[in-house]
Design a protein around this ligand. Structure first.
Ligand code: M6R
Length: 361
């Protein structure tokens, strides 16, 4: 069942190039965006994205895409807050519910709240027969295949892919994407499975870093732009399975509080592709190093060449077109969590206190 891997999580991390390829073949066949006609974003005033845990972080990344690619105002919320806040919703809006299991109680309740209030409810789910899929107007399968590990991995990257394709359709519908720009984005997404293979080959290097990370009491993750939600996801993954306290922060927030935590015992993992925000993130990273924080810089060749001085370690990923970097950078974050947990000897597939599907509040 584990196909020769020690844990389901390892198998599911390794499967990502293949399952992402399957999702790409389904949603971007030839030169077409394969989404239902009823998902017409033309006249929308707002998109609302609701989910829990890792699925919420997928929504948080997608917010950057819907805003930047499609100029579509986008609200995100965790389902447990959204459902009791009972927010007003513009009638000309879609509400999107992202859930691997499709059975998360809070997400289902949020969907039920939205049903009569928005134009269309959309489920982005792995389990196509689930409650959330059945009760939504439109259900989009993420095609990740069965995910067994409690820590969500391949479902996250496949959720991101489906949300990215939705953002492209929104960009076309709203006249924000020229045919050439669309073609460039599609091309970039199609390259991802190959780039993911390169990221997976970092596993031995990550295994060595994990020996040291497993000694830490606290670990920080920093990112800017769409790398900020990925910092949150990296921290969630690590705390879930290694039980090390980890926090993700927007790099620019560092000086508003968390920098007080930095000393030589605190590893700081910086997720920073060489994009338009790179220099800003580097200056935050330098503030960490000035206080003897142990920086692990995850970047591409250009980023590492220009900013690795003074860091504890680096991990080099291939270059990836700017908006979609989170889909690739998720892999080293998952591998860091996995190998750190292995070094600590925790139960990776069945971490304490957690269930795969949270069907009660
Ligand atoms: O099945 P769902 O996607 O609705 O589950 C949501 C969260 O419970 C889930 O992502 C959780 O945070 C994972 N254990 C994260 O790895």
């Amino acid at each position: 069942e584990k196909a020769g891997y020690k844990h389901f999580m390892a198998k599911e991390i390794a499967e990502q190039p293949v399952v992402l390829g399957d999702a790409l073949a389904h949603y971007l066949p030839e030169d077409r965006i394969n989404l239902p006609e009823t998902l017409d974003f033309t006249d929308l005033d707002r998109l609302t994205l609701v989910a829990c845990g890792t699925a919420f972080y997928a929504c948080s990344v997608a917010k950057y895409w819907f805003e930047q690619i499609a100029g579509l105002p986008c609200e995100i919320d965790v389902a447990s807050e959204f459902r009791y806040r009972e927010p007003p919703l513009p009638a000309k809006s879609f509400a999107v519910f992202v859930s691997q299991s499709g059975e998360t109680a809070d997400t289902l309740a949020a969907l039920r709240y939205c049903r009569e209030r928005v134009e269309r409810t959309v489920a982005v789910v792995n389990v196509a027969t689930s409650s959330i899929a059945r009760e939504s107007d439109v259900a989009l399968p993420i095609l990740a295949g069965v995910e067994v590990g409690v820590a969500s991995t391949k479902a996250f990257t496949c959720q991101l892919l489906v949300l990215a394709v939705m953002a492209l359709k929104a960009g076309v519908d709203r006249g924000r994407l020229t045919p050439d720009a669309l073609a460039a984005h599609v091309e970039a997404l199609r390259h991802l499975p190959g780039l993911m293979n390169a990221a997976l080959s970092l596993a031995p290097q990550i295994g060595k870093l994990a020996e040291q990370l497993s000694q830490a009491q606290d670990i920080l993750f920093l990112g800017r732009g769409s790398m900020y939600p990925l910092a949150l996801e990296g921290a969630l993954k690590l705390k879930e399975i290694s039980y090390i306290h980890a926090e993700g922060y927007a790099a620019g927030e560092l000086k508003h509080g968390p920098i007080a935590l930095i000393d030589r015992t605190v590893p700081v993992i910086v997720l920073a592709p060489h994009d338009r925000l790179f220099d800003k993130t580097v200056s935050n990273m330098q503030e960490v190093m000035a206080r003897h924080g142990k920086v692990l810089l995850i970047s591409d060749a250009r980023g590492i060449a220009s900013a690795s001085e003074g860091s504890w370690a680096t991990l080099k990923l291939p270059e990836v077109p700017e908006p979609f970097a989170p889909i690739l950078y998720a892999l080293p974050a998952q591998l860091l969590a996995y190998h750190t947990a292995i070094a600590k000897g925790t139960d990776v597939d069945q971490p304490r206190n957690l269930a795969k599907s949270v069907t009660v509040e």
